[in-house]
Ligand binder design. Sequence first.
Ligand code: UDP
Length: 407
Amino acid sequence: MNGFNEYIPLVGQEVVDQLYRLADHLKDRRFVHINSTRTGGGVAEILNRAVPLLSQLGLDTKWEVIFGDPDFFDVTKAMHNGLQGDKVKFTAAMTSHYREINRENAKRFNWEADFVLVHDPQPAALIEDMRPQAQHWVWRCHIDASRPQLPVWKYLRHFVKQYDASVFSMSKFAQNLPHPQFLIHPSIDPLSDKNRELTPQEVQAVLDRLEIERDRPIILQVSRFDSFKDPLGVIQAFKMVRRHTPCQLLLVGGEATDDPEGPEIFARVEEAAAGEPDIKLLLLPPDSHYEVNALQRAADVIVQKSIREGFGLTVTEAMWKGNPVIGGAVGGIVLQLRDYHTGFLVHSPEGCAFRIRYLLHRPEMAKRMGKLAREFVRSHFLITRHIRDYLSLMIFIENPGSRIIEL
Ligand code: UDP
């Protein structure tokens, strides 16, 4: 794991000093993070890096993962989809199974924590059985909850309102809740295998290994195979572009253990890509960070054509590598992409095709936008800022009602 000094050349001495100053107020606090998967998806990606960094700052930080059977993950995926606005079946049998698995999980844990940060809906009900095991409970919502299906949100709200605070990724997602709500943007770690610098030789070696030719421009989307990531829309856009411009499409995805819909969506994508030699679907193991890094560096145009998105770490990752990104104008993507500056926001496959062509034909402009994109990420979306926000949140929660907190 990288030491904090290694971040200084990227973010400056003052940013790192400030983290130590904040952490001084929280020495030896026991901080538990809990979610539902150790691999796959943005939450696991962040926890993998944030947990060791918080420990280095002197907080006794643990990361726990709940277990669940396939039925449980079907229920929580329905909750996820419902919170993101899809009409879903949500029955009493489903909620009863959700409660039961959370109860079972509660029996396995025995904490004496100062802070628990519960990520997303899967473990949200733990608080009912475990409240005395931590001083402060905070719920962190990583998904686009701007227009939830009411039955799903009403059910989940019953648990969330028992927390001391909640955290959302943008103000649009905030809810009517009886406790303080905080806005904290996700982040990437510039020193992780996913994001660290690679040499052109390293990039080329990955392309060779994955048998990807560079004879035509590469258009890339990296995402779980999930309908909200709209892989079918990307294929549609790609086919429009390729009519006029030779290019190839790479759809890179992997599985997340808490996402049961992947295989079904993948099958639909395979069908749409059948007989298209210029479309390559790559299912990579969940620890392929280095490979994803290389592909994001090799791509000529990076797309994240989501139709709902909590934040979209793949956008941040691509921007950090100096790419302007073409993204769906939804959720957290709109926090990251500014038209003609750091990328383009699109609303349809046609719009996406138009912007892919636009960037393919203006490599110099793409390069200039890519530089802006990288600087935008440096100022807003690196992990040092995220850790600072978590530390500030804890200090705030420990000092309720204080008008002035001396740091
Ligand atoms: N990811 C990956 N391999 C894949 C697909 C995704 O490593 O095949 C990573 C991706 O690089 C990013 C995270 O998983 O770090 C996805 O986070 P994002 O916020 O974009 O979407 P989520 O899956 O959380 O909805």
